[in-house]
Each structure stands twice: as structure tokens, then as C-alpha cells.
Design a protein around this ligand. Structure first.
Ligand SMILES: [Zn+2]
Length: 339
């Protein structure tokens, strides 16, 4: 039986992806609602093209409360000129724009977590429609895909660029070469808790060179992590031969430290709710059995805290950010250090 053809995306770009030069515009997604009967979600984007050559697709704020990518990409969109490009750069600083406007991880319109909504649906929710447009219209244009995440309101990370172990070893090598080019303080072989529905997976299944990051968190951007994002984007574009500004790679004086997430033992999940006492800070070394955090019950005094210990030797690569935790929250991630 032939597969059922999907309807075209309802999203209309206001730019021509095949035109040379710099174009600032929008992905316009019709969204009829109480305050705007024939209204739209207007997702800002910039396309910079100069002749034929590879295409980079750069995205931030896939989760709306992650800011390093949004800052780096709004800045790049405003400053990149066509004479420094060979090929094409498509820049979407705030991919889940309704979530970004609300400062929340998921969309206030439909509660959609964009990075769990792929491949999406052209006839689905607003978030599913955004995912579908990236899957069927934008990803096929791209050779190199970079999606810049950080921890959002509830997690904080040591700054790293990352790629995944992939079945296609040539593709995997391309991805890790781009991670190395990013030159974040850390580079990660990343294990996902739940890869179903991720943009990463959609891009990787199409054979793209895919780089992601986690660059801090806590629902804000810091000067240090924003600088890492800005230079990392430029470094990867130079590595791909798309940014031809004649500049050398930046920030590679100190070599990036490679981390691995060899198994689910990297993650520690709370089995208790309460007040978290951090016992290790981000980037500090830990040994298997070391105390990572304690969770104090807050209903009454006089109760012993629950203890959470590392299962592996490594460094603390991520931690829960808010001071109160709930059972089920990810409270710590230990990354193992590669020699
Ligand atoms: Zn994210």
C-alpha cells in the first residue's frame, strides 16, 4: 500500500531560500485565536546566501527558556554579511517562538515540548506544525545542523558541545569532528534519556551532520557561556567551509575535555521531594560512591536527609538548578572523563 501523502505545511516563509544576499524575515504559521481571528505565529529567521555551497541550519530556543543559542544567533543574524559566506546559512534564533516569548520550556499555546514533537504533523498543534516544517522543509535543505541548548530553568550544565553515537560511522565521525571544531570547554558523547521525538533524531535520520550543545542553564545566559556559543557557532561554520572570514579557529588554546555518558548510571533521579543540598559543584571530579547531593524533608524538623551518590568516576556535568526538588527530577549527571 502506498504511504498516505502528508498535506503541505501551513507555514509560509517570507524569504526566498534560493536568493543570494541577506534576508531577514519570518516563518509565518497561521494561528487563529481569540485576540486575532486570522492571526499568525511569526518566527523570525535570517537567510544569508552566497552562491552554491553547503547549507548550515542554526537554531536556538528549541526550548524557550534556554538563552545562549538565542543570543548568539540573534547576534549572528544581525552581523553576518553575504561576502563572508560560501553557500548558505539559515538562522532561526528562537525555534519554539511561542515558548521563547513566554520564557518557558514548552509552548504556552499547546504545552508542546518542541524537542519531543518530531517529526511533527502538518495538521497537528502549533508545536507539531513547527516540528513538521523543520522535518520536511528545512532539514532537507541543510548539510550541517546545529541546535544550541542549555539547561533551562531546571538544569545547569558544564558548557559542552555534543553528538551521539550513530549507526552510520561516517556520519558519526562528521558529527564529532564538528563537535571538536566548536571548541567548547567540554565535548560530550551524549546519551539521551528519551530520544523519541527529538529534533536531533530527525536530523540524524536524514544523514545530517548534527551538533547540539548544553551551555549552562538556570533560565538565563552568562557572559562566559554566551561567548562560548558565539565563538562555537563561528568555529563550526569555518570548519564546514561556509564562513570564509579568513579568521583562525577561536578558543582552542586550551583543549576541550572529552566526556562520555557510557550508561544510564550517569543519571541520578530523585526518589524524594524536598530541599536539595548540593555536595559537589559543576565540573568537580567525583568518584563512584561519593555523595552528590542530599535531599532534606521539609515537612518537619528532625528527619535525616536522603543521600544520593555517584555510580561512576567522572565529573559533575549537570545538576538540578532550583533549590527544591520533586521525586523523579534529574538531580545530577556524572560524565566520565576520556583520557
Ligand atoms: Zn533544551
Amino acid at each position: 500500500m502506498a504511504p498516505v501523502a502528508l498535506a503541505p505545511s501551513p507555514i509560509t516563509p517570507t524569504v526566498d531560500f534560493d536568493r543570494d544576499g541577506v534576508q531577514h524575515g519570518f516563518l509565518r504559521l497561521p494561528y487563529s485565536r481569540d485576540d486575532s481571528a486570522w492571526g499568525s505565529v511569526m518566527i523570525p529567521l535570517t537567510v544569508v546566501r552566497n552562491g552554491s555551497g553547503p547549507t548550515a541550519l542554526l537554531t536556538g530556543a528549541n526550548h524557550g527558556d534556554e538563552y545562549e543559542g538565542a543570543v548568539a544567533l540573534f547576534d549572528l543574524a544581525q552581523t553576518l554579511t553575504a561576502d563572508r559566506v560560501a553557500g548558505r546559512v539559515i538562522i532561526v534564533p528562537a525555534m519554539n517562538y511561542p515558548a521563547f516569548q513566554a520564557g518557558t520550556r514548552s509552548s504556552p499555546i499547546d504545552k508542546g515540548n518542541l524537542n519531543r514533537s518530531f517529526p511533527g504533523r502538518p495538521d497537528g498543534t502549533v508545536t507539531q506544525k513547527i516540528a513538521d516544517y523543520f522535518t520536511r522543509d528545512l532539514l532537507p535543505l541543510a548539510d550541517l545542523v546545529m541546535d544550541i541548548h542549555s539547561g533551562g530553568r531546571t538544569l545547569d550544565f558544564v558548557p559542552f558541545a555534543a553528538a551521539h553515537i550513530l549507526p552510520d560511522k561516517d556520519q558519526e565521525a562528521r558529527c564529532f569532528a564538528a563537535v571538536a571544531a566548536f571548541a567548547a570547554p567540554f565535548s560530550m558523547r551524549m546519551l539521551e534519556i528519551d530520544a523519541v521525538g527529538m529534533y536531533d533524531t530527525a536530523a540524524e535520520e536524514l544523514g545530517k551532520t548534527f551538533v547540539t550543545t548544553e551551555l549552562g542553564g538556570g533560565g538565563t545566559g552568562r557572559a562566559e557561556t554566551i561567548a562560548i556559543a558565539k565563538r562555537g557557532v563561528r568555529n563550526v561554520l569555518r570548519h564546514a567551509g561556509i564562513l570564509t572570514d579568513g579568521q583562525a579557529a577561536e578558543g582552542q588554546a586550551e583543549a576541550s575535555r572529552w566526556l562520555d555518558m557510557p550508561s544510564g548510571d550517569c543519571f541520578r533521579f530523585a526518589e524524594d521531594s524536598g530541599l536539595i543540598e548540593a555536595c559537589v559543584d559543576l565540573g568537580q571530579p567525583v568518584r563512584a560512591g561519593d555523595l552528590l547531593a542530599r535531599i532534606h524533608p521539609i515537612g518537619r524538623t528532625g528527619l535525616a536527609p536522603a543521600e544520593y551518590r555517584a555510580a561512576l568516576d567522572g565529573i559533575l556535568a549537570a545538576r538540578h538548578f532550583p533549590g527544591l526538588v520533586k521525586a523523579g527530577d534529574c538531580i545530577a549527571v556524572v560524565g566520565t572523563v576520556e583520557s
